[in-house]
Write a protein that binds this ligand. Structure first.
Ligand code: ASP
Length: 311
């Protein structure tokens, strides 16, 4: 049987053992397990990498633990503006959306933009029009209401700060974006990312997640990547494409390229966060320069691994 593999993340940030209660840790582990199994089942049946990463991300968009879909943070107007992207490493086709409101699964819209429109990136009300044409499911504001996120938003707005997802009390910086990368049995790789962005964001702020080459990228010649972290730094560093270029033009391995970009280049400019990456050999890297990153990985011939903290 041919090998397949998948990795997912549920955000990086100041995630330490003191911050997570046992119950919350179990809830995160359970959510990560469900999401990795979802993608793995598709790959095990011979499904393609794009379907697997989309399905895993769509499931995480339904879980309010993560800053994506249902659990998205509040923007300055007390609304939810979500960003998402997908990319297919075989065809180099990509689809992305920014500033979409009230859509249950932004990642499905990104995939529809890739497959059913002539465009790569649609934004705001136009993207919503396209989502309606595609019969994608919208939900009222109530669906996206999460009490502790609302309180964090009120505090952030009162202080006049734009903050990265403060998921737990005392958790200073946490990026709850979700993402997946996968290799299918046909030898193709793909990536998907989805996020609510930053709490109290305004002026239509867009992060790295829907920017192809920054937060999301896939190319069968090199790797597939989904990032999480302080988006402005990831955009300026063109993180995902930089890793791909280091592999393609300088011959670095996936590990060497990931370590150089996440643990050195990003650190030097103060860019906090991490990413998941896969190549067509099934190698997986999950580097992060923050305290922790919700992550899981599953190779076809192995049991899954779930990680949260650095050790
Ligand atoms: N990268 C996302 C953004 O800047 C945030 C995150 O990863 O949680 O919008």
């Amino acid at each position: 049987m041919k090998r397949h593999a998948i990795a997912i993340h549920g955000g990086a940030g100041t995630i330490t053992r003191n911050i997570l209660t046992n119950d919350l840790e179990l809830a995160y582990r359970g959510a990560l397990q469900e999401a990795i199994e979802m993608g793995d089942r598709i790959l095990a049946k011979g499904g393609n990498a794009l379907e697997a990463v989309t399905a895993s991300v769509a499931l995480m968009e339904e879980n309010e633990l993560f800053n994506a879909g249902k659990g998205s943070v509040f923007n300055h107007e007390g609304k939810h503006e979500m960003d998402a992207a997908v990319m297919d490493g075989k065809t180099l086709m990509a689809g992305a959306v920014s500033g979409i409101r009230n859509l249950k699964h932004p990642v499905l819209l990104a995939k529809a933009i890739m497959e059913k429109s002539d465009h790569v990136l649609l934004a705001n009300s136009g993207a919503a029009d396209f989502a309606r044409e595609m019969n994608l499911e919208f939900a009222p504001d109530d669906y996206f209401f999460v009490q502790h996120r609302y309180e964090q938003f009120l505090a952030a707005r009162a202080e006049g700060h734009v903050v990265l997802d403060h998921t737990q009390p005392g958790d200073e910086k946490k990026f709850g974006t979700v993402g997946a990368v996968a290799l299918d049995v046909h030898g193709n790789i793909a990536a998907a990312t989805s996020t609510g962005g930053m709490t109290n964001k305004k002026w239509g702020r867009v992060g790295d997640s829907p920017i192809i080459g920054a937060g999301t990228y896939a190319n069968n010649n090199t790797c597939a990547i989904s990032c999480t972290g302080h988006g402005e730094y990831f955009i300026r560093s063109v993180v995902a494409y930089d890793i791909s270029c280091l592999m393609e033009y300088k011959g670095l391995s996936l590990k060497e390229a990931c370590d150089l970009v996440v643990m050195k280049k990003l650190v030097e400019i103060g860019g906090e966060g991490g990413l998941i990456a896969i190549d067509t050999m099934g190698n997986i890297e999950m580097p992060f320069n923050s305290e922790g990153m919700y992550r899981a990985v599953k190779h076809s011939e192995q049991d899954y691994f779930i990680g949260i903290y650095k050790d």
